[in-house]
Write a protein that binds this ligand. Structure first.
Ligand SMILES: Nc1ncnc2c1ncn2[C@@H]1O[C@H](COP(=O)(O)OP(=O)(O)OP(=O)(O)O)[C@@H](O)[C@H]1O
Length: 543
């Protein structure tokens, strides 16, 4: 088994009881099915050979075995899928954890649809590994041991028939392994590409329709769907050939067993001849499950590689080993950028030795031409990334020495495009501080002007919000984002063109309300509008 897949197996240790159940139930099902076939054919053979058989006794045994096997088949299916989906949930939480600490990627951004593919399609593929493989591979060994023993009891010649055929069946997936791996990578790549394009299309549906570009986009989606279907067809063809070879070996095993029995009828005896046929076919059976795994190995391996790729992503910033505490709020000295230099990727730096301070209670404007690096300053202030040179401190403590939670409590940002989730205005504001009381949410909404009739929200806090803030105007979204930031009661509030979508009166109302919220909040306002700049205490201009 390849490296990435092997790395994802130990997670099974976190569900030991479920795995033990799956293992036991699978072993009972496999041995029960074999026993039923052997007992049934022995009964038929004996009846045909002697004209009499212990029908009542065997019927009881067969009935008991059938009930047990059926019950265990149900139990195995339940417990193995329960196991698989618990493990996938565990891994999905880890993948989201990795997203949280490694995004945004400053050097190599990935498309959100591609990340969705990892978090859902790739992880879901592991169901096959956990529900249908790990335990089954172990019980397969038990079954082969049982068929070998029974074959030796019937006639050792039987082994000569099925052992080479088992070897052929087992070898086939290894022979096609390279092709399977390539096809698996093509499949996961095609799914991810289609997903990324679909997510972008859904996000930009309005713009695409308005620009008359939807048809072209749909044709591109059609081409990606065609690529995916072609890969699936190639995988289906290969898997079909492998299954056909497998079925042919099972048939050959049965025919071979009949020939061996015919040649050794005196030693085998008529009652055991049908049993010999069943044993030869049954020996191939457990490998069917393993072959199914190996058939899927390429896709599984590609999915595991993409998952471990996300799990191994380095965090965008490192959490300090021994975080420092911030001084009490009354001793706060503000946010300081000290000769900060920063660049994305390999290009020239966006910020060169930028220095400024935002003291408690101060309103500082940050302005400059488009592309000067204003949003970059905002993102550095909330430590999305660390500067390449210089340092940023809050109340005298370097941001790199602050625990992540302390930093998030102390500095909040209202971005240009605030992230709003489906729900109501109240649930969106509460994201700022989930433990906030209702009256605190209402107060933050009031301060941000949401309850003001000019905001055009007669249902106030109960106003429904669609996905990504659908149903609200740009200005209303900005107000919700400001209220959310206010609820956090930060030491420093960064407004990245947050009020640019509001009319000048509303902009003034919000900034005045913000100034009144707390004497000690330092506000960094990124803005272009002269009126907004004029309301600030100082203006920093980036070149
Ligand atoms: N994730 C990124 N990867 C690479 N380059 C980036 C990234 N984000 C921003 N940039 C580049 O960095 C520069 C500064 O961008 P930034 O968004 O900070 O500018 P800005 O001053 O806020 O501009 P605007 O006023 O137009 O919002 C721009 O040239 C931009 O193209």
């Amino acid at each position: 088994m390849s490296g990435p897949l092997r790395r994802l197996l130990p997670v099974i240790a976190e569900q030991k009881a479920a795995f033990a159940w799956t293992l036991a139930a699978n072993a009972v099902v496999q041995l029960g099915t074999l026993s039923l076939a052997v007992a049934g054919t022995w009964l038929a053979g004996r009846t045909a050979a002697t004209g009499s058989a212990p029908l009542t006794a065997v019927a009881f045994v067969l009935f008991g075995l059938a009930v047990l096997t059926a019950a265990m088949t149900w139990r195995e299916s339940w417990v193995s899928h329960d196991l698989a989906y618990r493990l996938i949930a565990t891994l999905r939480a880890r993948v989201f954890g990795a997203f949280r600490v490694s995004l945004p990627d400053r050097a190599k951004p990935r498309r959100s649809g591609d990340l969705v593919s990892v978090a859902f399609a790739d992880l879901d593929r592991l169901e096959w590994l956990y529900a249908h493989t790990a335990a089954q591979a172990l019980t397969c060994a038990v079954l082969i041991a049982a068929t070998t023993t029974l074959s030796l009891l019937v006639t050792p010649w039987l082994l000569l028939v099925w052992v080479p055929l088992v070897a052929v069946t087992a070898a086939l997936p290894w022979l096609t392994g390279r092709v399977a791996t390539r096809q698996g990578a093509e499949l996961t790549g095609a799914v991810a590409a289609l997903n990324a394009e679909l997510v972008d299309t859904v996000h930009g549906l309005g713009e695409l329709t308005a620009a008359g570009a939807l048809e072209r986009r749909l044709r591109a989606l059609g081409r990606l769907t065609g690529t995916l279907a072609a890969v699936q067809a190639r995988i289906g063809f290969r898997a079909g050939v492998e299954r056909a070879v497998h079925d042919a070996t099972a048939a050959l095993a049965g025919i071979g067993a009949l020939a061996v029995c015919a040649a050794n009828l005196a030693t085998v005896g008529r009652p055991l001849a049908p049993v010999a046929t069943v044993l030869a076919v049954a020996a191939i059976g457990p490998l069917a499950q393993i072959s199914d795994l190996l058939r899927n190995l390429g896709t599984l391996r590609a999915a595991a590689t993409r998952i471990t790729g996300v799990l191994d992503r380095p965090p965008a910033v490192d959490e300090p080993r021994s975080p420092q505490a911030l001084p009490a709020r009354e001793h706060a000295t503000g946010l300081v950028f000290d000769a900060v230099t920063f660049g994305y990727g390999d290009g020239p730096p966006v910020l060169r030795e930028v220095s400024f301070a935002v003291r408690p209670g101060e309103r500082v404007a940050l302005t400059g031409p488009s592309g000067a690096g204003k949003t970059t300053c905002a993102l550095l202030a909330v430590r999305m990334w660390d500067p390449d040179g210089g340092r940023i401190t809050l109340d005298g403590v370097a941001l790199t020495d602050l625990a992540d939670d302390d930093l998030r409590d102390a500095i909040s940002i209202v971005p240009q495009e605030p992230g709003l989730l489906a729900g109501t205005i109240a649930t969106n504001i509460r994201l700022g501080r989930p433990s906030a009381a209702d009256h605190e949410v209402a107060e933050a909404a009031r301060q941000a002007g949401i309850l003001d009739p000019r905001a055009g929200l007669p249902d106030g806090l109960d106003t429904p919000v669609g996905e990504a803030g659908a149903g609200l105007s740009g200005g209303q979204r900005a107000r919700v984002a400001v209220a959310r930031a206010l609820l956090m009661n930060p030491r420093i509030l960064v407004l990245d063109e947050a009020t640019a979508n509001l009319d000048p009166d509303a902009d003034e109302a919000i900034t005045t309300a913000l100034a009144a919220t707390g004497e000690d909040i330092g506000i960094l306002v990124i803005a272009h509008r002269p009126a907004t700049l004029a309301r600030c205490d100082r203006t920093i201009r980036l070149p």
